[in-house]
Design a protein around this ligand. Structure first.
Ligand SMILES: Cc1cc2nc3c(=O)[nH]c(=O)nc-3n(C[C@H](O)[C@H](O)[C@H](O)COP(=O)(O)O)c2cc1C
Length: 385
């Protein structure tokens, strides 16, 4: 028996395509935004079983993969002992996305696993290059890094560091990414004297399966978009017009076109992935009932806290989003019957969105309902192959 020492060699080349290439062939990339924090994106005490535990999230990822989803994604946050407070202690509990994706690597075979890392919170690129290369092998080339710079001043202060002005954050992120990329590709030892990091005779093995892992970011500012255009394969976008679908559809075409033009100037392609919160039931009446129950159960202090931290930090993603939209969640909200949901997905595609990563309210049953009732209609509509 030949032992290759690499799970990657078993998995990545079955159809000769990487997980990213497979996803890019879909008319609309499909992802799941994991609830690895308690409450997920819905700040309400309305009854549901969504849970932040590893076990719950691992099962969701396996189910999403079975249903044909292309990616699963976990956000990263740093909060104090009460989370966002309120009756639900919203996001008091959260597990780390890098470790969650590593934990599900061996449970999955096709789905991209994307972890958020705040690279300016004390990381050295050599550490992340090693972890990323290892994750890339554990997943057979399915691991993605959502590289964020961190916009909440209280977060960076937790690490004993001073807040960094936004544009400078992206200058530093660019240097960090250049070092990662060099370490991932170089067959020789690297020495590097940068403005923010240095290396002496550093080397990373194993080399990633497809040159480098999948790179993602979630910038919205000019500096954030320029970074994405130069480095990222996928960009998590928000609607500049707020979360209401018709307002979002008015502003998204210009936004997505700008991002793609910026990437084209760099001789690159980038896929735009938006984050809808989907509430889908057989009838509009049932959808209204779910929305009403969420709104009635609003955890007001926690909503105020989340909205406050979004306003406080210098970030551009959530400008134009109303407070009441944060109770249900999502950076665009898609409510309706399966047919209505698919119509709205098609409109997002027409507005230049290449993919969706979806939040649900009650994740496990809502994902099962989605797989049974919405995915077949997406196929009929030519949104999935
Ligand atoms: C889908 C999505 C996921 C995000 N995930 C994170 C995250 O996990 N941690 C974080 O600090 N910021 C996260 N962000 C926030 C962005 O990093 C933040 O809004 C960014 O700072 C905005 O872009 P800008 O820096 O160009 O203003 C996310 C944003 C979006 C749209």
């Amino acid at each position: 028996m030949t032992i290759t020492g690499s799970r990657a060699s078993d998995l990545a080349t079955r159809d000769g395509l990487s997980a990213l290439e497979r996803a890019k062939r879909q008319p609309l990339i499909l992802g799941l935004f994991l609830p690895i924090q308690n409450g997920g994106w819905t700040i309400s005490s309305a009854a549901r079983n969504t849970d932040w535990s590893f076990d719950y999230n691992a099962k969701l990822i396996v189910k999403a993969e079975e249903a044909g989803f292309d990616l699963a994604f976990g956000l990263a946050q740093w909060l104090g002992s009460e989370g966002h407070g309120g009756a639900t202690k919203y996001r008091k509990f959260s597990i780390d996305p890098l470790l969650v994706t590593s934990g599900v690597a061996a449970l999955t075979r096709n789905i991209m696993l994307i972890s958020t890392v705040h690279v300016l919170y004390g990381w050295h690129p050599l550490h992340l290059a090693k972890l990323g290369a290892t994750m890339d092998h554990m997943t057979g080339g399915r691991w993605g890094l959502n590289l964020v710079t961190g916009f909440r001043p209280n977060e960076i202060e937790m690490f004993g560091l001073d807040p960094i002005p936004r544009d400078e954050r992206y200058v530093r992120a660019a240097e960090f990414t250049d070092i990662l990329d060099t370490l991932w590709r170089s067959e020789e030892d690297i020495s590097w004297e940068g403005n923010y990091w240095s290396l002496k005779n550093a080397y990373v093995s194993p080399k990633p399966v497809h040159g480098r892992p999948i790179l993602v970011n979630a910038g919205s500012s000019k500096a954030g978009l320029a970074y994405a255009a130069k480095y990222s394969d996928l960009i998590f976008i928000t609607s500049p017009g707020g979360a209401e679908i018709s307002a979002a559809l008015k502003t998204l075409p210009a936004h997505t076109a700008e991002i793609k033009a910026l990437a084209a100037e760099q001789g690159r392609e980038i896929r735009t992935v938006i984050n809808p919160h989907v509430i889908c039931r057989d009838t509009e009446r049932e959808v209204d009932q779910v929305c009403k129950a969420i709104l009635v159960g609003e955890d007001a202090p926690a909503v105020n806290s989340l909205v406050g931290t979004m306003r406080q930090g210098d970030q551009s993603s959530w400008r134009g989003h109303e407070r009441r939209q944060r109770i249900i969640g999502g950076n665009v909200q898609i409510f309706g019957t399966p047919e209505q949901v698919v119509e709205q997905f098609a409109a997002l595609k027409d507005a230049g969105c290449d993919g969706l990563q979806i939040n649900f309210f009650d994740f496990a049953p809502d994902l099962a309902y989605f797989a049974k009732n919405v995915l077949p209609l997406m196929k009929q509509a030519g949104l999935r192959v």
